[in-house]
Structures are given as structure tokens and as C-alpha cells.
Design a protein around this ligand. Structure first.
Ligand code: UD1
Ligand code: CA
Length: 434
């Protein structure tokens, strides 16, 4: 089926009260991006007419999605007068013949998982799955081998509650059915909401064909609570890690590694246990050692950690970063920074060695300034570099030096040590001799 013949409607207007959060449910993050982002991303692979229904915190939802996507339509639900998933469909006039409706709280969905909705010719295709614990989902009542109706948990009787076949929350409708049935929905139910799910019983009564499509929780799990959010994150992480291991990344204790959906790897990389790799990060032929954090950075032919922190806009090439080193918005090429340093707003060139405890003093409380270190510079331990400062090539900085703003010329040694004083036997004067 071509992208032009499918319209996708994503319902993202609900309050999400079960999340117990001031933030709109669909904006809660899975692997670094809002839930809604993942759904739109999957939708874009099969349709170029995507509409997101918004109401609760509509400005925030629209703003965040517009920052991520160019060509999404937004429709506002009159949630006051027409609450519920059926109410969300009131202002929808789909463009294309086939209309796929997705809940906005199923971040695990993929384009592949949606293929089943495109293959059948039934009037309605609806997603179902069987769960050991159906709690929270609408139950699908199947009799005489056919779907009869969907009943929401809050409206269900004991027999219906015992049903383990549930509605997964994705439907494909023929366009004409939206026009026909949405206006007929009523809110006479436990939640006084307009349920989209009631369309099923109406269509069944009218003799339309309803095809149930068996789907899996791995892709269709709905997120209603923070527990669901955590469970979905685990599934997504497992998926991301498996993909990268298949691509050739070595992971030690993968279950302890968190990798966001925007991260990519090239060549042979090793990621040790407990690492967190986030944002627009690229790791190329590198080794990220245990318990390191990498955010929005590029790491090429380097080794990082254990226990290192690369903050956004760090660029590392042929570089060694050791434990307790923090790097931010800095470019390091052919550099060794083995221990306990802060390198912020810095550029360090080939062959330079950053001793233990070196700190770039990049901030004066008002503005941030740059530190530029040339080639083959030896920065002794416990040095403070007060930015803006330039250290030219072939410079030695003695341990314990405070280098003030300015330039240190090529070939020089700088040192700012107070002469060592010795007061003989002072220890014993102070503490007494035992
Ligand atoms: C819904 C289904 C349920 C199904 C489950 C699958 C209905 C009535 N129930 O229940 O049968 O098992 O999904 O996950 O459809 N929304 C709006 N406007 C509203 C209310 C909700 O746009 O007024 C959006 C929400 O933002 C959410 C989606 O619709 O993304 C589903 O709403 P939610 O309240 O989570 O429905 P469930 O109770 O999970
Ligand atoms: Ca839900």
C-alpha cells in the first residue's frame, strides 16, 4: 500500500492522570525522546499524512513535536465537551481512504508492526492481544468466532473482566466509517467519555466486517503509569542494544547499559557495563569503559573512562580519557587526560598531556571563555588554566601552576610555585612527641 493512500491519526490529547505527573503523558521520554516522537517516527514510514490530536497541554505537545518534525498536522480536541478517545476523533476529516488510528501512548510501535493493518480489506481491522494480566486494557469480547464489542475495564462485568483478550489500541478504518460512526458515539458509560472503541459494536450491528489482528505486547504496550513507562523503556533498550550488537558493538553486561535511540556506532566499539550514552552521539572504533556517561558527543579511535563524563559537544579523536575526567564542549585530538580533570570550552591538540587534577577555569560567573592548548604541551598536575588562555605548541606547565588569562609562548616553561619553606621539628612542637 502506498504512503499516499493512508492517513494516520495519533491520539495525544488525554490528561494521562494515571501518570501522576505535571508533564503531558505523551511527552514522557523513552530512550531520550518523547513517547509521541517514536510513534510519529514509525508512522512516517508508512504514511505522509499524519495528524496528531492534542488538547491537554496542547502548546507544549505541539511545540516539541514541531521542533522534531516538519510535516505533521495538529487538530485540537474539544476535550471539555467531548472527552475520550472518540471525542478526540470528532474534528477529524481524513484525507486518504485508509485511516489508521493510534493511541499516543504506545512508544514501542514500529512500521513493521503496523504492516498487518495495511494488508486486509476488512471495513475495520483492530489490534488485539492476549495478556496474563489484562489490567487497564479494554476487553475484546469474541463470540461465534467474531469480535462483538470492546468493553472498557471500568464498564466491564465480572465475566468480561475475566477476558484476557484485550484491545491494543490501533485500528484501521475505511474513511467513510469515521464520518458515519464518530457522531453517533455517546458518553453513557462509567467515565462519561466518548469511547472510540464503541465504534466496533456499532459496525458489528450494521454487519460490517471486523478483522481482529493479533499483535504482540512488545510493540503495542500502552503506557498509562510510570511503571509502564519503566517497563517500556526496558523493552526499547533491549531493542536498541540488540540492534547495535548485531551491527558489531561489543557490550559487557548489556542489561546495565543505557543507549538512547539517537546514538550511533561505527567500526568496532566496546561498551562496558553501566555506561549511559545519550543524544546525538557517534562512537567510532572506540572503547567506553565502565560507568561512563557520554552525551551529544563524537568519539573516534579513543578510549574513555572508567567513570568519565563527556558532556554535550565534546569531540575526541585518538584520545585517552581516564577516570573522573569531565569534558564539555571541547575538542581533543591525540590527547591524554588520564585522571581527575575538567576540560570545558577547550581545544587541545596532538601530543599534549593533561596531568591529574588539571582544571580549565572557563567561567567567571558571567561568561564562558575558551582554553586553547597547542601540540605537545605538557600540562603538569593540579594546574588551573584561567580562560581565555592560549598555550602555544611545545610548552611545559609545571605542576601546581595557575596560568592566568593570556598566551604562553611556544617553547617556554611556566611555573607559579611558592618557594617551599621548611620549619624544622614543627610537628612535634604542635602535637608533642610520643
Ligand atoms: C484505550 C482503549 C482501550 C485499550 C487501550 C490500549 C478507549 C476508550 N480505550 O484505553 O480499549 O485497551 O487504549 O492501550 O479508547 N486521548 C485523547 N483524548 C482523550 C482521551 C485520550 O486524545 O480525551 C488519547 C490519550 O492521550 C492516549 C490515547 O488517547 O494517547 C489513549 O488514551 P488512554 O486514556 O490511555 O486510554 P486507555 O484507558 O489506555
Ligand atoms: Ca493507554
Amino acid at each position: 500500500m502506498s504512503k499516499e493512500s493512508i492517513s494516520i491519526i495519533i491520539l495525544a490529547a488525554g490528561k494521562g492522570s494515571r501518570m501522576k505527573s505535571p508533564k503531558a503523558k505523551v511527552l514522557h521520554s523513552i530512550s531520550g525522546k518523547p513517547m509521541l516522537y517514536h510513534i510519529i517516527k514509525a508512522s512516517q514510514e508508512i504514511s505522509n499524512d499524519i495528524t496528531v490530536v492534542i488538547a491537554h497541554q496542547k502548546e507544549a505537545v505541539q511545540e516539541q513535536m514541531e521542533a522534531l518534525f516538519d510535516d505533521i498536522n495538529f487538530v485540537i480536541q474539544d476535550a471539555q465537551n467531548f472527552p475520550g478517545t472518540g471525542g478526540a476523533m470528532k474534528n477529524i476529516t481524513p484525507k486518504n481512504e485508509k485511516v489508521l488510528v493510534l493511541n499516543g501512548d504506545m512508544p514501542l510501535i514500529t512500521a513493521d508492526a503496523l504492516q498487518g493493518f495495511l494488508s486486509s480489506d476488512a471495513d475495520i481491522i483492530m489490534s488485539i492481544f492476549d495478556l496474563k494480566d489484562p489490567n487497564g486494557y479494554g476487553r475484546v469480547v469474541i463470540e461465534e468466532n467474531a469480535v462483538q464489542y470492546i468493553v472498557e475495564q471500568k464498564d466491564a462485568n465480572d465475566a468480561e473482566l475475566a477476558t484476557t483478550t484485550v484491545n491494543a489500541g490501533v485500528y484501521a478504518f475505511k474513511k467513510s466509517l469515521i464520518k458515519k460512526y464518530i457522531p453517533l458515539l455517546s458518553n453513557e458509560n462509567a467515565q462519561e467519555e466518548y469511547y472510540l472503541t464503541d465504534v466496533i459494536a456499532m459496525a458489528k450491528k450494521d454487519g460490517l466486517s471486523i478483522a481482529p489482528l493479533l499483535v504482540d505486547e512488545e510493540h503495542f504496550k500502552g503506557v498509562n503509569s510510570k511503571k509502564d513507562l519503566a517497563d517500556s523503556e526496558e523493552i526499547m533498550q533491549e531493542r536498541i542494544r540488540t540492534k547495535w550488537m548485531q551491527e558489531g558493538v561489543i557490550m559487557q553486561l548489556p542489561a546495565t547499559i543505557y543507549i538512547e535511540s539517537t546514538v550511533s556506532f561505527e567500526g568496532e566499539c566496546i561498551v562496558e557495563n553501566g555506561c549511559r550514552i545519550c543524544g546525538e552521539t557517534l562512537i567510532h572504533n572506540s572503547h567506553i569503559k565502565a560507568h561512563s556517561i557520554v552525551e551529544d558527543s563524537i568519539v573516534k579511535n579513543s578510549d574513555v573512562g572508567p567513570l568519565a563524563h563527556l558532556r554535550p559537544a565534546s569531540y575526541l579523536e585518538d584520545t585517552h580519557i581516564g577516570n573522573f575526567v569531565e569534558v564539555k564542549k571541547s575538542s581533543l585530538k591525540g590527547v591524554k587526560a588520564g585522571h581527575l580533570s575538567y576540560l570545558g570550552d577547550a581545544m587541545v591538540d596532538e601530543g599534549s598531556n593533561i596531568g591529574a587534577g588539571v582544571i580549565t577555569c572557563n567561567y567567571d560567573g558571567v561568561k564562558k571563555y575558551k582554553t586553547i592548548i597547542g601540540k605537545n604541551v605538557f600540562v603538569g598536575s593540579d594546574t588551573q588554566l584561567v580562560a581565555p588562555v592560549t598555550i602555544e605548541d611545545d610548552v611545559m606547565i609545571a605542576a601546581g601552576t595557575t596560568v592566568p588569562s593570556g598566551t604562553v609562548k611556544s617553547g617556554n616553561l611556566v611555573l607559579s610555585r611558592v618557594k617551599l619553606r621548611t620549619i624544622k621539628e614543627y610537628f612535634y612542637k604542635h602535637f608533642g612527641k610520643k
